[in-house]
Design a protein around this ligand. Structure first.
Ligand code: UDP
Length: 455
């Protein structure tokens, strides 16, 4: 890649969770390739626990969420966490800007997660260019935009729901904060508040790519100038333009890649179901049991990520009994796993990063969404992108073993399996095209850069 002249110092401020750090971190690396110095601000707690190493492509520095010893787990409530992070985060972000002020590379641009709208206020106080970086789909953002501006009244009393540029949605396709009124009020307020500041942002970036949701992007663009810049996935898996970029580089959980790779490499092509519920979801004991029995009953091999905090929910002796049919790990390099030829489908909680990674790597999916935007992502991959199926939930809120087994079979070898594979391959090609030089996202990144430079 050609060496670009120095264009400025960008500070990325993600919400401190894996699914928000990954895209901002990856976008920062892209900006380095375009001539910027980039620093990612993690919380002190994450920094002290993970000790991320700065490199030529990315520096790390810290702000504080006010919970330096234990992070989110130390907070009394979600509300308390978000409030304290706003107070302490604003102050420590200002300190970080001041610390850089009289250096050779003062901070010129802050790319902030709109879950943290106060970061824009801090950047404005210092006269620094501020760009909002939305980590969810354009469709999901537009739904929240409608609610925030009173264009969609809650509670929803009549369905289906029509939002310009989006497919017709049933209540169960909406983000959970909307379909389950009163659930997680602090988070609901946070996702709506993203729009309290974004119209004051100098640029609005979204981790999607145009071809994936053109109608939603066109429709939302009428009310908010946005730039789809994704997928933000290590370059090795897409355009291969950034050197040594084969991992996000900051894992909040520990994994041993060789265990997964060695195991997967002994399995035939397309024979393994990969399962993960991301970094945050916590399943009920009953749901874990249903999954475990479905996997035992199904004829396919499986690799299941069960976080340490979820392990006690597995049925007794499950790991011993499955033998070589399955592998259970606490965490893995998901990109490495998804790109292994042995993987035939991904049973996912439909977190946006996981969904986008599967689309980008051409892996069909079974969706078992849990909460937040995952339900809407599942609707899209089943009905719009047509790369898999969403499992049906029973009245008790559980996806039962027969349904899980059925969905896995359907995606692995059912009548539509070939179509899912074909469509998945199509999205992979489009994802690579979008981020490659001259593609829609690459052009949008350049537009962002020139907007910033000429500001
Ligand atoms: N991930 C991973 N290893 C795992 C499970 C997940 O590296 O074993 C990564 C995954 O690649 C994705 C992120 O963690 O980038 C999860 O983000 P997502 O938005 O899918 O879900 P969240 O964790 O925010 O619910």
């Amino acid at each position: 890649m050609e060496n670009k002249a120095y264009r400025g110092h960008v500070l990325a401020v993600p919400y401190p969770s894996q699914g928000h750090i990954n895209p901002l971190l990856q976008f920062s690396k892209r900006l380095v390739s375009k001539g910027f110095k980039a620093t990612l601000a993690t919380t002190l707690f994450i920094h002290n626990t993970m000790q991320p190493q700065s490199s030529s492509s990315l520096q790390f520095d810290t702000i504080s969420d006010g919970y330096d010893e234990g992070g989110f787990a130390q907070a009394e409530s979600i509300h308390a966490y978000l409030n304290r992070m706003e107070t302490i985060g604003s102050k420590t972000l200002a300190d970080l800007i001041i610390k850089n002020k009289n250096t050779a590379n003062p901070i010129d641009c802050i790319i902030y997660d709109p879950f943290l709208p106060w970061a824009l206020e801090v950047s404005k106080k210092f006269g620094i260019y501020g760009a909002a970086f939305f980590t969810q789909t354009c469709a999901v953002n537009f739904i929240y935009y409608h609610v925030h501006h009173g264009l969609l009244k809650l509670p929803i009393t009549s369905t289906p729901i029509s939002i310009p540029g989006l497919p017709v949605l049933e209540l169960g396709d909406m983000p959970s904060y909307i379909s389950v009124p009163g659930s997680y009020p602090a988070y609901f307020e946070m996702v709506l508040n993203q729009f309290s500041s974004s119209d004051k942002a100098d640029a609005v970036l979204v981790n999607t790519f145009y071809e994936l949701e053109p109608e939603a992007v066109d429709s939302m663009s009428k009310v908010c100038q946005l730039l789809p810049i994704g997928p933000t996935i290590p370059s090795f898996y897409l355009d291969k333009c950034l050197e040594n970029d084969n991992d996000y580089g900051l894992n909040l959980f520990v994994s041993d890649s060789s265990v997964c790779n060695n195991w997967l490499n002994t399995k035939p092509e397309g024979s393994v179901v990969y399962l993960s519920f991301g970094s945050m979801a916590s399943l009920s004991n009953k749901q874990m049991e249903e999954l475990a029995f479905a996997l035992k009953g199904s004829k396919f091999h499986f690799l299941w990520v069960v976080k340490a905090s979820e392990e006690a929910k597995l049925p007794e002796k499950f790991v011993e009994e499955i033998g070589n049919k399955g592998l259970v790990v606490q965490w893995c390099s998901q990109l490495e796993v998804l790109s292994n030829k042995a993987i035939g489908c991904f049973l996912t909680h439909c977190g946006w990063n996981s969904t986008l990674e599967a689309l980008s790597l051409g892996v069909p999916m079974v969706g078992v969404p849990q909460w937040t935007d995952q339900t809407t992502n599942a609707k899209y991959f089943q009905d719009v992108w047509k790369v898999g199926v969403r499992a049906k939930v029973c009245e008790n809120g559980i996806v039962e073993r027969e349904e899980i087994e059925f969905c896995i079979k359907e995606v692995m070898e059912g009548e539509r399996a070939k179509d899912f594979q074909k469509n998945a391959k199509k999205w992979r090609d489009l994802a690579i095209k979008a981020i490659s030089e001259g593609g829609s996202s690459d052009k949008n990144i350049d537009e962002f850069v020139s907007k910033f430079i000429n500001s």
